[in-house]
Write a protein that binds this ligand. Structure first.
Ligand SMILES: C[S@@+](CC[C@H](N)C(=O)[O-])C[C@H]1O[C@@H](n2cnc3c(N)ncnc32)[C@H](O)[C@@H]1O
Length: 229
């Protein structure tokens, strides 16, 4: 069994730095490529798995703001950051969602654990920089869960960074916080697992990074998969 006490929780400073670094990179070709996939989010009920500190910002990239927006994350400071940060961009995005009367639900939790209340509830389940870190058996279980949480015709969107070139220390820090791990299967295998679990691939893409050592990653990939009838 997984030792829940072995890893460390990411501290607020790490979460805040991650948010600020992402914000500073927003106009890079890599971020723009990743953001394109947010336009594939559909429907009023949306679940973000491993939502991290970008949860509110993500929603402003959807084609339509959701009516219900649920975020789950294992690192409690991500949820604290979303609730308590006074960063102007966090507050701006939060305000847009409030004005739209989006019902927000944030919780600390492990996406590997089944939530009865999520069954057949969502039009979209999305995970950005999350699914690719899990070993094949765990990923397979996650895909089954995503399938069960989606309404028929609903979408699973996975955007992930792979071919990790982060410096050793940075990688180890992320692994320790369960923020990222190199243990996941390859891109092609992830597509196969989706199909084996009943998903139909609607769109997929791979972006080859021009300067992997500078960026820290060699590839970004994305899948939009549908729970067909
Ligand atoms: C690379 S970060 C991505 C965060 C965010 N999705 C984004 O796009 O910025 C990975 C996130 O997955 C979360 N995470 C990792 N394992 C998890 C699990 N088993 N259950 C819930 N969240 C998890 C981490 O806490 C972290 O917020």
């Amino acid at each position: 069994m997984r030792n829940k006490f072995k890893r460390n929780q990411a501290p607020w400073e790490f979460v805040e730095k991650y948010y600020k670094d992402d914000l500073a990179e927003r106009h890079s070709v890599e971020s723009k490529w990743a953001f394109r996939w947010f336009r594939e989010v559909r429907g009023p009920n949306v679940l973000s798995w491993g939502c991290g500190p970008n949860f509110y910002d993500d929603a402003l990239l959807f084609p339509n703001l959701p009516k219900e927006f649920v975020g789950v994350d294992l690192n409690k400071e991500n949820i604290a950051f979303l609730k308590e940060s006074t960063h102007s961009e966090v507050l701006r995005c939060k305000r847009v969602l409030e004005e739209h009367k989006t019902k927000i639900s944030l919780s600390i939790g492990d996406i590997r654990e089944r939530q009865e209340k999520f069954l057949n509830r969502f039009n979209t389940v999305y995970a950005i920089g999350v699914l690719g870190m899990f070993k094949e058996d765990k990923l397979n279980k996650l895909l089954k869960l995503a399938y069960s949480y989606l309404k028929t015709g609903g979408r699973l969107i996975d955007v992930d960074w792979t071919d990790c070139r982060l410096p050793k220390e940075k990688y180890e820090e992320r692994e320790n916080y369960e923020w990222y791990s190199k243990q996941g299967p390859g891109i092609q295998r992830i597509g196969e697992l989706m199909r084996n679990n009943g998903f139909k691939t609607v769109k997929q893409g791979i972006y080859i990074v021009r300067d992997p050592m500078e960026y820290g990653w060699g590839k970004i990939y994305a899948f939009v998969a549908e729970k067909s009838a």
